[in-house]
Design a protein around this ligand. Structure first.
Ligand SMILES: Nc1nc2c(c(=O)[nH]1)N[C@H]1C(S)=C(S)[C@@H](COP(=O)(O)O)O[C@H]1N2
Ligand SMILES: [Mo]
Length: 426
């Protein structure tokens, strides 16, 4: 996200005053879903389908399966005005179309600085050099003969929600929060590779470098490198997708996506950070006094309600399911609070599915909707006790000069007709 949009093309929604809050400030009527609100037979459905009289496609028609043709709308989307070219750009995960915690590989947002590198794995090499006893060059086959592990982690671009610093802008959680994905990686712990090369005693930092035209490179503290970093060749059970760094990428759990170097070709050991473009003028946080914070690697706890949201309005009164994701770069999600009155009253959401370290966590609130206007918010709390801040709280410290690391609480205004909008409460 190196480019900021010119102000005049921003779809600014501004701030909603406190008067805009719904009058009947009430907690969610959790667990009161009425039986009669459940699915009723629809008298309009009288047409007789004859699928049972026709043969379906044979097994030779889909050597690699794709979603149903009725799911064509479930796609990554970009924001046309955001970047000048598609090669140095981003598209967004359709969070409102997902369930559970795993992002399907084909829906994982993409962020490239110079487009997708198309690499033949037979030609690919990973070099480890610098302050090591024995510089090494690995082929892909070498790497696949090393002990490997499987881990589920979220990857969040530091610029996720970066367009929302000065007020509500983009109308959809896909665009406000969709620079995140969560997949299972298979890879070799970086420590295993480093032990093979033998680190010199004075090594404090590594530099990771990609084989794309950007040659994207980042410095990584050695403690993190030896702790939980993976060099992954698979996601969701199959080879990485080209756009996710095929054949090899770095997995830096809980830390900003920019450090997860794709098309990884070289790791250099050193005793100081390299101060690359990506960790100085970019991917650092500009504070109100004009100075930039150094090395803000961790992605703090965050959450978003994905349903309802602007792209997924409420359609029915009575029984409904509110749902969303919460995550923390510091550990696991302990609790998610949900408010329907703009943060005056809070209830506790139900977490369901695996609650994993540095992974998206799924939450639900089963509730009855009587057609009242709602200001929906969610607030994540992680196992360090960190509580996701409101946007005013965040701005008190960070100001509005930042692009990166915006983990403020999102507000959706649900109107009486169910339509939902990105708003902010001042
Ligand atoms: N080599 C290389 N690695 C890269 C990038 C890149 O442009 N080139 N983009 C980075 C950024 S900014 C992010 S947010 C993540 C995005 O990973 P994804 O495309 O799998 O979502 O990859 C990172 N790794
Ligand atoms: Mo990023």
């Amino acid at each position: 996200m190196s480019k900021q949009a010119p102000k005049d093309v921003l779809n600014r929604r501004g701030f909603l005053g406190a008067a805009g809050l719904l009058a009947a400030g009430a907690a969610l009527p959790i667990g009161k879903a009425k039986a009669e609100a459940a699915a009723q037979p629809d008298p309009a459905i009288t047409e007789v389908h004859d699928f049972n009289k026709l043969l379906g496609d044979g097994v030779d028609r889909r050597p690699y399966g794709m979603p149903s043709k009725y799911e064509k709308h479930v796609v990554r989307r970009d924001v046309g005005w955001l970047t000048a070219s598609a090669e140095s750009s981003v598209n967004f995960t359709p969070l409102h179309e997902l369930d559970g915690i795993i992002t399907p590989s084909g829906l994982c947002f993409e962020r490239h600085h110079s487009g997708v590198a198309e690499i033949n794995p037979a030609d690919h090499r990973l070099m480890i050099n610098g302050l090591v006893e024995k510089p090494l060059v690995f082929t892909m086959e070498d790497i696949k003969r090393m002990p490997r592990v499987n881990r589920i982690y979220f990857l969040e671009c530091a610029a996720n929600s970066g367009m929302e610093w000065r007020g509500a802008q983009l109308n959809g959680c896909q665009f406000t929060h969709g620079m995140v994905h969560n997949v299972m990686y298979t890879g070799v712990p970086l420590k295993v590779l480093l032990d093979e090369a033998g680190l010199k005693p004075n090594v404090k930092w590594l530099m990771l470098e990609g084989a794309d035209a950007a040659g994207l490179n980042r410095s990584l503290p050695i403690d993190k490198a030896l702790n939980d970093v993976l060099i992954a060749f698979a996601m969701n059970g199959e080879a990485l997708r080209p756009e996710q760094g095929y054949p090899l990428r770095a997995v830096i759990p809980g830390w900003q996506g920019n450090m997860w170097v794709k098309w990884l070709r070289r790791i250099e050991a050193g005793d100081m950070p390299w101060q690359t473009r990506e960790e100085t003028s970019k991917y650092t946080d500009l504070m109100p006094d004009g100075r930039a914070r150094k090395h803000t690697f961790v992605m703090d706890a965050k959450s978003v309600v994905t349903n309802p949201s602007p792209q997924a309005p409420l359609k029915h009164k009575g029984r409904n399911v509110l749902s969303g994701f919460a995550w923390s770069g510091r550990g696991t999600i302990k609790r998610v609070d949900v408010s329907i009155d703009g943060g005056r009253n809070w209830g506790t959401a139900r977490l369901d599915g695996p609650i994993l370290d540095k992974s998206l966590t799924r939450f639900y609130v089963d509730f009855d909707w009587n057609g009242q206007e709602m200001m929906i918010q969610s607030r994540a709390i992680d196992d360090t006790g960190y509580v996701q801040p409101s946007k005013p709280e965040l701005r008190k410290i960070r100001g509005v000069n930042s692009i990166y690391h915006n983990n403020g609480i999102q507000t959706w205004l649900v109107r009486a007709n169910g339509e939902t909008e990105n708003v902010e409460i001042s």
